[in-house]
Write a new protein. Structure first.
Length: 479
């Protein structure tokens, strides 16, 4: 009856520790998420505070923009008035030039008429000269009787000559006036066209100024809207900051509470482990006695194989205890090499694979030196690392240093074995509550580390995630 009661107590301790490990894992994950939430809230609060600090500069910028738009409107109004006055002046000037052009046309017509009249006068002078010549001839024939007539004829001839000379000078002057008038008329006509083009340009400038004025008015109105929206935004930010502060405080309190719960669960888990281990150490056939026996048997095989390798010269004792962990470049999580790796892969890995296969509900087994270094691992869990650290954490566990409270207790313990329950990390924030039998390993008469045999009370979906089929699924998904 007593043994049955003790077995029942051991079973209860095991269940309690497993439950503590699982709940503790969830609580730790929740605490970690809360930590991330706090960090996010802090970042958001800093951003909001920085935005609030910029409120004064934003308001000043908006006021400056409004002042600038007001000044621009005033300048545009002044430019518009200047353009309007200039357009009026150009209109008057164009009208004067057009009137002058018309007057020049009339002057050219009058000059043409004068030139025609001068031609008539020239013709008359020429005819008068001919008449005077004929009169002189006739006076010569008349002799003394025609002497007086000859004098008259001479004066008429002289008058005709003077008239012709005057006509020639008038024609030359009129011709020069006509040339100058034509050039002046062409210049006036060109000025008239330029004035018309200038008037059109001023009209375009006037339209552009009007359009720019409407645009400035729109900017001014939008500045008013931006100012109002800015005030509303900063008011909302202030409200959000107050709410965030309250949420952050509540989250901080929850995180502290979760941290306390995690610590208490860890202590409860440790107490439960101690009770479970002590009950098992009594030798009473508890539910875990079979796995304890298997763990000790497999540990004995591991030690025998290493002693055999030492005796045959396959490995020397210094290489077995080599703790010069050399980092493997580019690994994540970090891996290390020692002189023990080659022998461990060849001689110990097959024993680990066989031990796992022979263990009911076995999860795996490993050997750890006194620093928690794993020189080798199961073939299934010794895959070459890939680009995903979370995948590597699950499937590339060889050559790594993995040591937690349970491993440390086992390494420091001198008991023939140690039974513990704990959470095994699987990557992607997932974990698996397991039971482990730790057995001391002695090589060449010196304590080297421990052998660990891990198993579960029930093959859950999480436990199935560590099978060869699960590895194959991850590779198909990655492909």
């Amino acid at each position: 009856m007593a043994e049955a009661a003790i077995r029942e107590i051991a079973r209860g301790c095991g269940a309690l520790v497993i439950e503590c490990a699982e709940v503790g894992g969830h609580v730790a994950a929740a605490a970690e998420r809360t930590k991330g939430t706090l960090a996010g809230l802090a970042d958001f609060d800093q951003a909001a505070a920085a935005l609030s600090q910029h409120r004064g500069s934003v308001g000043a910028a908006i006021a400056h923009a409004r002042q600038s738009s007001h000044m621009m409107k005033q300048r545009l109004d002044h430019c518009r008035a200047t353009v309007v006055n200039s357009a009026a002046g150009f209109t008057q000037l164009s009208d004067l030039v057009l009137d002058l052009n018309q007057r020049m046309e009339r002057i050219m017509i009058a000059l043409d008429q004068v030139q025609q009249t001068t031609g008539v006068i020239g013709a008359i002078a020429k005819q008068t000269n001919m008449l005077a010549l004929n009169a002189a001839i006739e006076a010569s024939r008349a002799g003394a009787a025609g002497q007086a007539f000859a004098v008259v004829a001479t004066e008429v001839k002289k008058l005709a000559a003077d008239t012709r000379q005057a006509t020639l000078r008038i024609e030359a002057t009129i011709s020069a006036l006509a040339s100058e008038g034509a050039a002046l008329g062409a210049a006036i006509a060109e000025g008239t066209e330029s004035g018309a083009r200038a008037r059109q340009g001023l009209e375009g400038i006037h339209q552009a100024i009007d359009e720019l004025g409407r645009f400035v008015t729109l900017i001014d109105a939008q500045s008013e809207s931006v100012a109002a929206s800015s005030d509303l935004i900063y008011s909302s930010i202030a409200t959000a900051q107050n709410e965030l502060a309250a949420a952050a405080e509540a989250t901080r309190i929850n995180r502290e509470t979760l941290g306390e719960v995690t610590e208490r669960l860890a202590r409860l888990e440790a107490v439960g482990n101690q009770m479970l281990d002590r009950i098992t150490q009594t030798g009473i056939a508890t539910d875990d006695a079979g796995h304890v026996a298997l763990g000790r048997e497999h540990a004995a095989r591991i030690m025998a194989r290493v002693e055999q390798g030492l005796a045959r010269g396959e490995i020397d004792l210094a290489s077995v205890f080599d703790s010069d962990y050399r980092p493997v470049a580019g690994t994540d999580p970090a891996q290390f090499t020692t002189r023990f790796n080659g022998f461990a892969d060849r001689a110990l890995r097959p024993l680990l694979d066989a031990a796992t296969a022979a263990t009911p509900r076995g999860i795996g087994c490993v050997v750890l030196d006194r620093n928690g270094y794993l020189p080798t691992h199961l073939t299934l869990r010794s895959q070459p690392q890939g680009a995903d650290p979370e995948w590597n954490n699950t499937w590339s566990r060889h050559r790594r240093i993995i040591i937690g409270p349970c491993e440390r207790r086992a390494i420091e313990s001198d008991a023939p074995f140690l039974l513990n329950c704990y959470r095994m990390a699987l990557g992607n924030n997932e974990f698996l509550p397991i039971k482990s039998v730790f057995v001391p390993l002695v090589f060449g008469g010196r304590r080297w580390g421990v052998f660990e045999l891990a198993y579960v009370d029930e093959m859950t979906a999480q436990a199935q995630a560590l099978t060869a089929e699960a590895l194959a699924r991850t590779r198909r998904a990655a492909a």
